[in-house]
Write a protein that binds this ligand. Sequence first.
Ligand SMILES: [Zn+2]
Length: 286
Amino acid sequence: MIVRMRKAVLIRVFALSLGLAGLWTALTQPQAPVDLTVEKIADDLHVIMGGGGNVGVYTTPEGVILVDDKFDQHVPQILAKVKSVTDQPVRYVLNTHHHGDHTGGNQKLLAANAEIILHRNARDLMVKGNQPGVPRITFSDETAVHLGGKEVRARYFGKGHTSGDALILFPARKVLHTGDMFVSGSPFIDYSAGGSGIAWTDTLQAALKLDFDTVIPGHGPIMKRADLEQWVKTFATVRSRVNDLRRQGKSKDETAQLLKMDDLGWKPSTFWSQRSLPGLYDELAR
Ligand SMILES: [Zn+2]
């Protein structure tokens, strides 16, 4: 009996680690090559989409400031897209967080003499994960890059997607790059990286005090401030539904089956079902 139980536990642990490895692979490994596209927000502010996280491109007379840099393999295409809007070199990169689809280009861009900045928790997570291209400069609450008469601000308001998410503001353009703190549909709460589905909405409420009209989400199309406001409400509603089911004594599996989200426009993704929801259930029980 004991042997059989141990075997079952071992199989479960093995399956879990396989599942996590699969998710990690999805997070850190690029898929098939894709053609990146450029969207213009203003003459000096563009977004490079496709392949990994959305890249913000802010051009100044003294160089370019990027927000995030997708995967390593995308750097030549990113630089070609930058070249299509300016002759200036990339001088700074702000990473919104440590995930490989937002920091994968760091190593090549550091080698090309760009300076890279991210939240200190995100740097710790990169070091812990043995990720290449660890930046030299960190911040705790806020920092700014002033270049060519322009300014980009990075703010930290607390936990959410991970424990080290920066929200990047382009004050002159009233644009906020949220990284994965805002995506279309259900979120990935990375509990392995100190994320929190309880703190997340407070963190975004703090960010909503900033002055912006347009939002560049971590992935997907450019959005408006109202979309972010709505998403925060949706997040809070889904979370309280999870908590209600938990309080009614439903198991995690039952909660996953009974939880209604489609009326709010959220579809369950692999990240949602396998990581976000079980982690949120446990976090709510603490
Ligand atoms: Zn992410």
